[in-house]
Write a protein that binds this ligand. Structure first.
Ligand SMILES: NC(=O)c1ccc[n+]([C@@H]2O[C@H](COP(=O)([O-])OP(=O)(O)OC[C@H]3O[C@@H](n4cnc5c(N)ncnc54)[C@H](OP(=O)(O)O)[C@@H]3O)[C@@H](O)[C@H]2O)c1
Length: 335
């Protein structure tokens, strides 16, 4: 193993008056949790969940001090079980990384090797983190739509929260896979960005929820990828066409789902849950393979803002207020 004793990490601390403060600290390998795999992290990313962890949301992290970062990509330093060789490039997303286990916002992680997948051919470590959990979740959503029988040519596929991490990559994947994508956003100024990603039309958030109090709405969507939840998801279900499928992965609007049963019992609409955290390994590997090949977003490089650990504070506040367009990659090597 490399002879590293000290490294940098962003550490969230809970103060006696229950505030959460963040600072970059020098940490030691002995501070890391147990696990058979040690990875030198080159890149991590920022997801909505990371911002919740960094600000002390108890639904994500309860034990402090803590290093967030639900995504990490880097080189294997050592692997006791032999599942990976030193120097191999790996991606880690999901499981407990960055939740109660110190995550990718540190220059080293120690984890169970079952959490890591080999970096697929066709992706760099930076691209892996430009995708990260957001890209993985977007791709898993599209895979589930595909497996449910939603085909290019069936009609319009709606993506909500379209300028965010999951949304923007879902727009890109659906477009590159040949679907007609309609992007819903609260950011009028980002219409051109969404069209460049491949959306055939961009609509406002308000248009999606208009008339949501009605029992059913006009049939519009052959399928949808929803990241918002709440009244938005309810309205999407009510405006999905007969036999259509909607995926649900997020709650930026609300975790509640104020809907009746009519979309399901009168239109045969299906609602599919998306979980990137415990996603089984065979599906996990399939999703990464698809992302590295046919589904790799054509404009991935243009969707990324890069920062170091120092720059994360501004980004955390921005993502909490729905203010990020595309993805934020964290460069640990230059931190
Ligand atoms: N189930 C899973 O495994 C899984 C995995 C990853 C993420 N998620 C969840 O998916 C959601 C999106 O994650 P993300 O990383 O893409 O977050 P993000 O980058 O912050 O994107 C969310 C987007 O939703 C829109 N939005 C924000 N607040 C809203 C509101 N109050 N009402 C309606 N739209 C709003 C904004 O896009 P516009 O301005 O374009 O509308 C925003 O950019 C989060 O809830 C996250 O926890 C779940």
């Amino acid at each position: 193993m490399e002879n590293v004793t000290k490294f940098k990490a962003l550490v969230v601390e809970k103060t006696p008056d229950k505030q959460f403060v963040r600072e970059i600290r020098e940490r030691s390998m002995d501070d890391l949790p147990t696990g058979d795999l040690v990875v030198r992290v080159h890149y991590s990313s920022l997801n909505y969940k990371d911002a919740l962890s960094a600000t002390g949301h108890p639904g994500v992290t309860r034990q402090f001090p803590h290093t967030p970062g639900i995504d990490a990509a880097g080189e294997v330093v050592s692997c006791e079980g032999g599942a990976f060789a030193p120097g191999e490039k790996v991606i880690v997303t999901g499981y407990d990384l960055g939740m109660e286990t110190d995550g990718g916002w540190g220059q080293y992680i120690r984890i169970p090797s079952a959490w890591a997948v080999r970096l697929p051919e066709g992706l760099t470590l930076r691209e892996g983190m430009a995708l990260g959990t957001a890209g993985f979740t977007a791709a898993l959503s599209v895979l589930k739509l595909e497996r449910a029988g939603v085909k290019p040519g069936d009609g319009d596929i709606l993506v909500t929260g379209a300028t965010g991490g999951v949304g923007s990559i879902a727009v890109s994947i659906l477009a590159v896979a040949g679907y007609r994508v309609v992007a819903s956003t609260g950011k009028e100024a980002d219409e051109d960005f969404l069209k460049e990603l491949g959306a055939v039309a961009v609509i406002g958030r308000d248009e999606v929820v208009a008339g949501a109090e009605k029992t059913l709405l006009a049939e519009r969507w052959a399928g949808a990828v929803d990241v918002v939840g709440g009244a938005t998801l309810a309205a999407v279900l009510k405006s999905t066409r007969y036999g259509g499928t909607v995926t649900c992965c997020g709650l930026v609007g609300s975790p509640e789902l104020p809907v009746n049963v009519y979309p399901f019992i009168l239109r045969g609409v299906s609602l599919l849950g998306i979980d990137s955290v415990q996603c089984p390994r065979d599906t996990r590997e399939e999703v990464w393979q698809r992302l590295a090949a046919g589904w790799k977003p054509a404009r991935l490089a243009d969707m990324v803002t890069e920062c170091t650990l120092t720059g994360l504070e501004v980004m955390i506040q921005a993502i909490l207020h729905g203010g990020i367009t595309g993805r934020v990659v964290v460069n640990l090597r230059e931190s």
